[in-house]
Design a protein around this ligand. Structure first.
Ligand SMILES: *[C@@H]1O[C@H](CO)[C@@H](O)[C@H](O)[C@H]1NC(C)=O
Ligand SMILES: *[C@@H]1O[C@H](CO)[C@@H](O)[C@H](O)[C@H]1NC(C)=O
Ligand SMILES: *[C@@H]1O[C@H](CO)[C@@H](O)[C@H](O)[C@H]1NC(C)=O
Ligand SMILES: *[C@@H]1O[C@H](CO)[C@@H](O)[C@H](O)[C@H]1NC(C)=O
Length: 811
């Protein structure tokens, strides 16, 4: 199976079902599809060691690691074949102690019991799942916003972008007006094809690439198609980097859309690019090497728009690398994934990371379909080439149903507009309706254009709902939702030779001030948290729909080889685009509050997030138009100005995470694999449950054992929290509770009187939920109710969502 780019960008569209299957395959067997490389059962393993356990006979850790792999191979199945240079792929020493190497499962099992080895984790492969967003977030105002000014735009901080590399010559990364590189920076500028040593400057202070893990599994990379250097030949990494920290660029637009000033969240922060994603995907061993280098280089924030996997934290290289980074004081912000709108789809869910979902902004790109019978169907597009003829009506054809298929193809392939499935004679000069799914949205446009059609309408199926993404198609094209798609297919089905179906696409350009906004993007991945439901995920949402940001000069905006157009900026959608917004904001917060821990910064972002939209309703879900909840948007939509001065924060130390892992009932060996600490879980387990991690949100999960038995049941739990006063002086906070429907929530004490800045005070939140005597719940079903706990001193409002999940047992 050919796995292509797997960034968390919706623009590289992967069929959702295929993604689900891959995720399930990874979860079930632990053997990813990409392992079918014909190299026997060998695969890459990541090995954590106790650094102090190195026997003195080995001069270096690398000698020790090599000897360990060789003897494990002998003990395992007596074989082992390694490339020149030995068995080690990467060695790690900063975020993590250990190495990666290829070996057979038998050798891995033997190694796992070798002295000094804490864990052996099979590698997995990840997929990569603006002009407006700074203003939408209140950052662009004149005079400059207090947040930007107070933090000097994050000038001394370095944001690591772990992605597809970077296009260094882009105007968004110029270094005019920036001071010298911060003296504590220890990174390098790795050069290579297309990336001379002069590529770095005072803005782009470092660049590295990591391909050994990729090539150990996939074979030597094709250097015609991709380059062995930090150069971005895809576009995704350039786009995300400029969202986090692009400079002010004016004018910026994509083929005329979204014209204005482009700027990242922290325009003066420095960037370091760590390229880990290649045409074959993003490999765990390389991602971990990037974390390791980023920690050693001295970055302040790691931004990771790469998909997660559904495995326990001790088997998850991103969770493990992120823990090491967090321990070093680095904020790790990661994309939640694009698997929405279904539940349980959120990824990158470890509590020490910020998990970022995607929302819309108050900007839209309407491109409506006008039909011959007078109907107008709402659509969106950022197509910017030669237009259709004004006021002409074109014949419409649905390739799946009306003979548009070529003789070699079936109706299904044609309905999807797969390569070679359209009959040029049947579609020439017409507008073709294609169903969404299987191949990428941009690729469908290319298929339709090559078949000789003049336009395309991309229609959602029921599975896609009403979520729309505006694309930079290669021909006049627009996207419509599931309901409009049904109308369109019906209209075409009812046409006859005498009365053909006709229509056209009306491109309206850029609209601002759209209501309601934000809405939760349909694709944004949803809770509950599949690994630890006690921790609400996603944490929050940020702009991720139709985001304009920098684009490399060597790549067309549609992201397909046949697209020869060039544009300095491109509009993409995905949680990939939401994550770097939070990364940049985290840098601003860290600049303004240098002593805050990563958990404190995340707390500030979460407790000040808002849940109302610009129509003053609770934010809605794009896929249904219905009111969204905490599993959709977490604590809410990020509000940078308020995050600057949160009043209180919920802080978490690395030891607190150890207690949390103890309360997940992980073994001490598993905990050591993540934290490299010897955990003594007895105390932690006595002290309570995983929900007592000092997290800025509250999630109570009950199993209603007696649901449907006719007996009334009340279920109770409690949470302990500890708030730190960061408001600057004495303050008295009072609690107010909006209890989830049908639940009782009590807070004790109801008042926190802080005498000084930095003081910590604890409180308890008790939650009671009930199943009424007559209440029936389907076996395995669950009820989710949301509320909130808010502390206020009259000046600050510190809000934590409370989610109560009552689950009926399976039988
Ligand atoms: C390498 O990539 C180029 C450009 O995509 C392609 O033409 C060539 O066939 C590839 N070579 C191999 C060995 O796959
Ligand atoms: C917004 O809605 C809330 C809750 O319904 C209400 O209390 C508030 O007054 C409203 N604000 C405005 C500006 O309408
Ligand atoms: C851990 O084990 C204890 C005792 O068996 C159990 O009560 C608790 O629910 C378990 N916790 C989790 C998170 O599985
Ligand atoms: C909430 O408290 C009230 C008053 O004490 C009680 O009648 C009710 O049963 C409680 N509800 C739950 C869900 O525990």
């Amino acid at each position: 199976m050919a796995l292509q780019m797997r960034l968390h960008c919706y623009y590289h569209h992967y069929p959702v079902l295929l993604l689900l299957l891959l995720a399930l395959a990874a979860a079930a067997g632990g053997v990813a599809a990409d392992d079918a490389g014909g190299r026997g059962a060998e695969r890459t393993y990541i090995v954590r060691v106790d650094a102090d356990a190195k026997p003195s006979v080995y001069p270096t850790h690398a000698h020790w690691y090599e000897a360990a792999v060789l003897s494990a191979a002998v003990a395992g199945d007596g074989s082992g074949e390694w490339p020149e240079g030995g068995p080690l792929i990467h060695t790690y020493s900063a975020a993590f102690h250990g190495f990666s190497a290829r070996m057979s499962p038998a050798a891995a099992a033997a190694l796992a019991s070798a002295p000094g080895v804490a864990a052996v984790v099979p590698e997995r492969v990840r997929r990569l799942a603006t002009t407006r967003s700074p203003r939408f977030l209140g950052l662009l105002s004149s005079p400059p916003s207090a947040l930007l000014a107070d933090s000097d735009f994050g000038a001394d901080l370095v944001i690591a972008i772990v992605d597809t590399g970077i296009s260094p010559a882009h105007r968004s990364f110029h270094d005019r007006g920036l001071g010298p590189v911060p003296p504590r920076w220890r990174g390098v500028c790795a050069s290579g094809p297309g990336f001379p040593p002069t590529s770095c400057n005072r803005k782009l202070v470092g660049a590295r690439f990591f391909s050994k893990g990729y090539e150990a599994t996939s074979g030597r990379m094709n250097e015609t198609a991709e380059v062995r250097s930090p150069l971005d030949t895809d576009g995704h990494g350039t786009h995300t980097a400029s969202i986090a920290a692009g400079r002010y660029v004016f004018p910026a637009s994509t083929l005329g859309y979204a014209r204005g000033v482009a700027a990242g969240m922290a325009p003066k922060a420095r960037l370091a690019a760590y390229k880990v994603c290649w045409s074959g995907g993003c490999f765990d061993s390389d991602i971990l090497a990037a974390f390791d280098a980023a920690v050693a280089d001295g970055v302040d924030v790691v931004s990771l728009s790469v998909g997660g996997v559904v495995v326990p934290y001790y088997l998850d290289a991103i969770a493990i690398g992120a823990f090491g980074a967090t321990e070093a004081g680095i904020v790790v912000s990661a994309s939640a994934g694009n698997g929405g709108p279904g539940g349980l789809t959120v990824t990158n869910v470890a509590p020490w990371m910020a998990t970022v979902g995607a929302g819309s902004m108050d900007r839209a790109f309407p491109a409506n379909v006008r039909l011959g019978d007078g109907q107008v169907l709402d659509g969106v597009s950022v197509y910017g080439g030669p237009a259709l003829e004004p006021s002409k009506m074109y014949e419409l054809v649905y390739a799946g149903a009306s003979g548009g298929a070529s003789s070699a193809a079936d109706g299904y392939s044609a309905s999807m507009c797969l390569d070679g499935s359209l009959d040029p004679a049947a579609v020439r000069g017409k507008i073709v309706v294609c169903d969404r799914g299987v191949n990428s949205r941009a690729a469908k446009g290319d298929v339709v254009r090559r078949a000789g059609a003049v336009g395309m309408v991309l229609a959602n199926g029921a599975f896609d709902g009403e979520g729309l993404v505006a694309d930079c198609h290669v021909l006049p094209a627009t996207a419509v939702g599931a309901a409009a798609g049904d109308k369109l297919r019906k209209y075409i089905a009812s046409s006859t030779k005498q009365r053909p179906a006709t229509g056209t696409i009306v491109f309206e350009g850029t609209h601002l001030g759209v209501h309601p906004a934000p809405v939760v993007a349909a694709f944004s991945a949803r809770g509950p948290n599949p690994q630890s439901p006690e921790i609400l995920k996603p944490d929050l949402i940020a702009p991720g729909l139709n985001i304009l940001a920098a684009w490399p000069s060597g790549v067309g905006p549609a992201g397909i080889p046949s697209d020869t157009r060039r544009t300095e900026f491109n509009i993409l959608s995905g949680t990939s685009m939401a994550c770097p917004h939070v990364s940049g904001l985290a840098a601003l917060l860290k600049a303004a509050h240098p002593t805050w821990s990563p958990a404190a910064i995340k707390s500030a972002l979460m407790t000040t997030a808002y849940v109302r939209d610009n129509s003053n309703g609770t934010m809605v879900d794009e896929s249904t138009g219905a009111v969204a909840g905490a599993f959709d948007f977490g604590a809410g939509h990020v509000d940078p100005m308020r995050a600057m001065d949160p009043g209180l924060v919920y802080d978490i130390s690395p030891m607190d995470y150890v207690s949390f892992l103890c309360n997940l009932n992980y073994t001490e060996q598993n905990i050591r694999a993540i934290t490299r600490r010897q955990a003594d879980c007895r105390g932690a387990r006595r002290a309570g449950h995983a929900g007592n991690l000092n997290y800025p949100s509250l999630s109570a999960t009950f199993v209603a054992a007696e649901a449907g038995t006719g007996r009334a049941t009340t279920m109770r739990t409690h949470f302990i929290r500890r708030a730190t006063n960061v408001g600057g002086g004495p303050a008295v906070y009072r609690a107010s509770v909006s209890a989830p429907e049908g639940c009782n929530v009590t807070v004790q004490p109801r008042q926190l009187a802080f005498r000084r800045d930095g003081q910590r005070l604890s409180f308890t939140v008790r939650v009671e939920a009930a199943v009424a005597p007559g209440e029936r719940m389907e076996p395995g079903s669950s009820q989710v109710r949301s509320g909130a706990l808010t502390w206020s001193d009259g000046r600050h409002v510190v809000r934590s969502p409370i989610v109560v999940t009552v689950q009926a047992p399976l039988q």
